[in-house]
Design a protein around this ligand. Structure first.
Ligand code: NAD
Length: 351
């Protein structure tokens, strides 16, 4: 097994691991550990080449620094990628080698699930390193993050309601959700329980039919989603949906949902604000999962009540972002970055 450094300006450590025996070719990017060890998921994808993987891992690792800073998880930002086709390359030897790679960083990087990596894979990684989070509840870990992400979104939507209506009440609020998977489905249920009117769209029509039958939500088409005359559009499926094409169509008052990377470009947040649409920055409102997983690292171990209390802090974090956006006259997306940068700068002063 060979570990080599990839010097990268602006990043604390970026390393490559190649292991001939298992075929492992992986990268770990540690962006910033000012606020704590760098926690971020491991993903496995058949990247065209290492340069593409490097760009992805560094972009994601930097994003984790910002997300954790705003969420006050007490963690820094990192990410790892395994290069290769998960259907062909997954093996015990591969994940054991990945575990040894993580261990070699001495706790600077802590891993978790991400695209194409499941709990079974992480259980193998765990045999070689303790720097693994997000395993099963039975093993003392924090379990599936999605219900916590959904709860964080609900609390975030209450803060959005406060901005729109002067009240956190969700009664009568009209919300359209795109994607009723693990997060969107749970969020839809929570919203309905809170008295909101919920409409849903998903590429999986059977899922839509089952969800509407079970909950009484209304089904809409994807094109109706963008044009929906609702208070809140809640993207919970895919990224880059807020773009040159979609923004002029919108008739909502706010966008607040769990999907990552909702803006095609950061200046699309300005286009939203020009149209009078309030944007809840994705990495602030969808931080419930990372907040929950970070609680595994608390001195006394994982405690669900404490995790929920911290997830509920997303409401105040969003309110801070909205207030800063007004004060500085910048978009809410830029304001969120400023909040994160401020926290990191404060952390550096304390060191
Ligand atoms: P999921 O795979 O369980 O659900 C996604 C749903 O979206 C599925 O029902 C799928 O059919 C649907 N979908 C996919 N593409 C679509 C499209 N183009 N139009 C409409 N529907 C579409 O995923 P999830 O865990 O619920 O995550 C949803 C989003 O939230 C993702 O962007 C994810 O990165 C983000 N996120 C999730 C978590 C978490 O804790 N799971 C945390 C932070 C961010």
């Amino acid at each position: 097994m060979q570990i080599t450094e990839i010097p990268t300006p602006g990043y604390e450590r970026v390393a490559r691991c190649r292991d001939q025996a298992s075929g492992l070719h992986a990268l770990i990017s540690v962006h910033d550990t000012t606020l704590g060890p760098a926690l971020g998921g491991m993903r496995m994808l058949p990247y065209a080449n290492e340069a593409e993987a490097l760009e992805d891992v560094n972009r994601l690792s930097r994003g984790m620094t910002y997300k954790s800073a705003v969420a006050r998880t007490g963690l820094g930002g990192g990410k790892s990628v395994v290069i290769g086709d998960p259907k062909k390359l997954k093996s015990e030897a591969l994940f054991r080698a990945m575990g040894r790679f993580i261990e070699a960083l001495g706790g600077k990087y802590i891993t978790a699930e991400d695209m194409n990596i499941g709990i079974a894979d992480l259980e193998i990684v765990r045999q070689e390193t303790r720097y693994v989070t997000g395993l099963s509840r039975e093993s003392g870990s924090s379990g599936n993050p999605s219900p916590y992400t959904a709860r964080g979104c609900l609390v975030g939507i209450q803060t959005v309601a406060q901005e729109l209506n002067g009240s956190t009440s969700l009664k009568g609020l009209r919300v359209a959700i795109q994607g009723i998977g693990a997060v969107g489905g749970r969020l839809g249920e929570l919203l309905l329980q809170s008295g909101a009117f919920v409409s849903v769209t998903d590429i999986d029509q059977d899922r839509v039919a089952a969800f509407c039958k079970k909950t009484g939500a209304k089904a809409i088409s994807e094109s109706d989603f963008y044009r929906a005359e609702v208070d809140i559009l809640s993207p919970c499926a895919r990224g880059k949906l807020l773009n040159d094409h979609s923004i002029p169509l919108l008739r909502c008052r706010a966008v607040a949902g769990a999907a990552n990377n909702q803006l095609d470009r950061i200046d699309h947040a300005d286009r939203l604000s020009e149209r009078g649409i309030l944007y809840a920055p994705d990495y602030v409102i969808n931080g419930g999962g990372i907040i929950n997983v970070a609680c595994e690292l608390l001195p006394g171990g994982y405690d669900e009540a404490e995790a929920l209390r911290r997830v509920d802090g997303i409401g105040a974090a969003l309110a801070e972002v909205f207030a800063l956006s007004k004060k500085l006259g910048v978009s809410t997306a830029v304001a969120a970055d400023r909040v994160a940068e401020q926290r990191i700068a404060e952390g550096k002063l304390k060191k």
